[in-house]
Design a protein around this ligand. Sequence first.
Ligand code: 0X9
Ligand code: ZN
Length: 323
Amino acid sequence: GGFNVWRSYDQAGGIRDQLYAAARNNPDLVKLEVIGHTGQGREILAVKLTKDARKKRDGSRPAVLYSSTQHAREWISTEVNRRLMNHYIDGWRAHDKQVKKLLTSTELWFVLVANPDGYQYTFDHERLWRKNLRDNNGDGETQVGDGVDPNRNFPNHWGYDEEGSSSIQSSETYRGPAPMSEPETRAMVGLLDRVGFAFQVNYHSAGQWLLYAEGWQTGTPTADDPIYYAMSGNLDAPAIADFHPGLSSDVLYVTNGETTDYAHASRGTLAWTPELSEGCDGCGFVFPDDDALVQAEFERNLPFADSVARSAGDPDDPETVTG
Ligand code: 0X9
Ligand code: ZN
């Protein structure tokens, strides 16, 4: 507690409460859904924003998923994503023409905390925890060495090699005992498969990268690479200011069993992993508890998030309002 900016999952007024309040206060726009439960029983929550959200079938409009905090300690990713969600809710309530048009033709989905057990643990016990809380040694306690990396547990090239993920339980990139062994993975897979998103933006930190799939291999370009190039910009004009755009496996490192590769393989979803800023030189995963810095990071990220949303929509949708 005692933070200006950061809110845990469980606390009064925390992330979980805020998601329920958003749904309660905006019945015409917001649908809240429990997409799974964690090992400790927490709800994994997804929000859908679209006009008449509760009447329209999921995926009946072009859909975009903004997800965050697979890695417990990457708090800035939840906070930027939360401000993005509120930007659209507030715009809708204020009758902003662009937002109204967007949310009449498009579904915007948000999973603010993909790993609620791990996220809560970083508030209560260990600020730099990364993985979920799987009890690897089965002793009934959480300790160093426990946990599965939620971004290595997906059933796309799961365990393909030891470079992109680890078979060792204590590793920070432990892939788990089997693909989809983790409830957080199953929740996300279920959502991705069911809705069939045009795009996913999976926020992580830290490092000012705009990474796109595929993450498991560098050799063979996919048919979608030209779209990634066009939408991500280049070093001189990146789609997110001062972020380095590039193929994730090439400019950062190889992974396997990661979310964005699965999203692409499953439903053809074009998926990015923005690695958000540190907030100060050497801050790493501990972005400063400073509202102005957090707001600046959100504002830096808004144009790309919004242009992805606008690219998903169908301009010929008869329901699209123009004002
Ligand atoms: O390793 C990850 O899961 C992501 N980086 S983080 O520091 N937030 O843990 C990057 C995943 C992007 N994909 C690839 N580099 N292949
Ligand atoms: Zn991460």
